[in-house]
Design a binder for this molecule. Structure first.
Ligand code: PMP
Length: 460
């Protein structure tokens, strides 16, 4: 297949011919073609035409230290030269895996026991679910295999993690979710709060919905609750006040484990090291990815407390081996880059920077609240969303869902910023290294783009 818009044999034409993209309309790609990103520099990326963009989503919520950090390149090169690969099967280990496990446990908001390494966020969540089943069998509770996640939550795309995800496009035509993965209420007050209901009342309702689901399914059948401290891909949903306090009370009542998916929130995004710090969560397991290496290499992990770990260790002792592990799990390159990346986050006080610059940026966004197309501005730390509506009172869009978001996304890109629209919400998650001045530049682009969309909507 060739696209007449692109020269034969151009990178664009070859991309269309050979490259099957994730999260892309494959049918439209032959017509649309790719945007080819050639290089990165700080918070900016450059396309093949030489145009510069602020990467307002840090790539995929991930490049915390920006797009050309030389210390990470050096850490990777040094590790490549010394020991480019080793694994942790059969009692083997290596320095970077040991140092990183110790470091991660020292950063946790609650007492943790062990770290398990994986290669993607999806794989990490998938593994946690498998371990939960193994654990329940070990405890002599084979009926305790179901898990609860949330509508619009995001936990990945493998068969198990895609089932945990609560978004229709991740299920439709994939025959997901699998049996035993349940979904409860999304805690989006602005969207789903009832008329007259306070934020706290809505949080109580979310907790009551969770409790009702547990009771209906049978508390003894539920192993764990999976949740992001702040929902990312489902629309940057910051939970209502008192939400986590009330949810954790229900989980404790029924002895259900809490799995905090910190894939986006971890390593400073919410203004503290982990989202669990920001929201007073006491998870049994924390899943970490993206900002752990600034996504320079695919490398992820989860850490668990003794309550989660001990029965698993016992079962593997009875069987004679843990029948689970990945070739790339504990990859020395990933571990070395993660260690250096976390050192940079600490030395440069990037968590504090995210808190301060994030607060300034969100305040600027909030000045747009009265704009007729702005439904809600939400966020915490340095993650935010601008939800567009054209029926402000009904808090809804009158045209097709995603049309306004798509227009805004395109306008941002024309004006020099890359983001992503999650339906009609535009997400902002800039690198943690963003300065005040750069955040002001981004805001100026947002404002100009909103003006462009206002004009475009009048012409629709
Ligand atoms: N959990 C969360 C909260 C995520 O945001 C993502 C990725 N956006 C994942 C899991 C899945 O990670 P991956 O794409 O590496 O499989």
């Amino acid at each position: 297949m060739n696209d007449m818009k692109h020269l034969p044999n151009s990178p664009e034409a070859r991309d269309i011919a050979y490259h099957f993209h994730g999260y892309t309309n494959a049918a439209a790609h032959a017509e649309t073609g790719p945007m080819i990103i050639e290089r990165g520099e700080g918070i900016y990326v450059y396309d093949s035409g030489g145009n510069r963009y602020i990467e307002a989503l840090s790539g995929l919520w991930s490049a915390a230290v920006g797009f050309n950090e030389p210390r990470l390149a050096k850490a990777a090169a040094d590790q490549m030269a010394k020991l480019p690969f080793y694994h942790n099967f059969g009692h083997k280990s290596h320095g970077p895996a040991i140092d990183l496990a110790e470091k991660l446990i020292s950063l946790a908001p609650v007492e943790m026991s062990k770290v398990f390494y994986t290669n993607s966020g999806s794989e990490a969540n998938d593994t946690v679910l498998k371990m939960l089943w193994y654990r329940s069998n070990s405890l002599g509770q084979p009926e305790r295999k179901k898990v609860i996640a949330r509508q619009r939550g995001y936990h990945g795309v493998t068969i198990a993690s895609g089932s945990l995800t609560g978004l229709p496009n991740n299920h439709r035509s994939f025959d997901l979710p699998i049996e035993g993965v349940l979904h409860t209420t999304c805690p989006h007050f602005w969207k789903d709060g009832a008329p007259g209901e306070t934020e706290e009342e809505f949080a109580s309702r979310c907790a009551a919905d969770l409790e009702a689901l547990i009771e209906a399914e049978g508390p003894e059948t539920i192993a764990a609750f999976f949740a992001e401290p702040v929902m990312g891909a489902g629309g940057v949903v910051v939970p209502p006040k008192t939400y986590w306090e009330k949810i954790q009370k229900v989980l404790n009542k029924y002895d259900i484990l809490l799995i905090a998916d910190e894939v986006i929130c971890g390593f400073g995004r919410t203004g503290q090291m982990f989202g669990s710090h920001t929201f007073g969560m006491k998870p049994d397991v924390m899943v970490m990815s993206k900002q752990i290496t600034s996504s320079y290499v695919p490398f992820t992990a989860f850490m668990m407390n003794e309550r989660f770990y001990a029965p698993i260790a016992e079962e593997s002792g009875r069987i004679g081996v843990l029948g689970h592990g990945y070739t790339g799990g504990s990859h020395p390159l990933g571990a070395a880059v993660a260690l250096e990346n976390i050192a940079i986050i600490e030395e440069r006080e990037l968590v504090r920077n995210a808190r301060l610059v994030g607060a300034r940026f969100r305040k600027q966004l909030e000045s747009l609240q009265d704009h007729p197309l702005v439904g809600e501005i939400r966020g915490v730390g340095f993650i935010a969303a601008l939800e567009l509506v054209n029926d402000k009172r009904a808090k809804s869009v009158t045209g097709p869902v995603g049309q306004l978001g798509g227009l805004m996304n395109a306008a941002l890109q024309r004006n020099g910023a890359i983001s992503r629209n999650l339906g009609d919400a535009i997400a902002f998650c800039p690198p943690l290294i963003t300065t005040e001045e750069q955040a002001d530049d981004l805001f100026a682009i947002v404002k100009a783009s909103l003006d462009d969309v206002t004009r475009a909507v009048k012409e629709l």
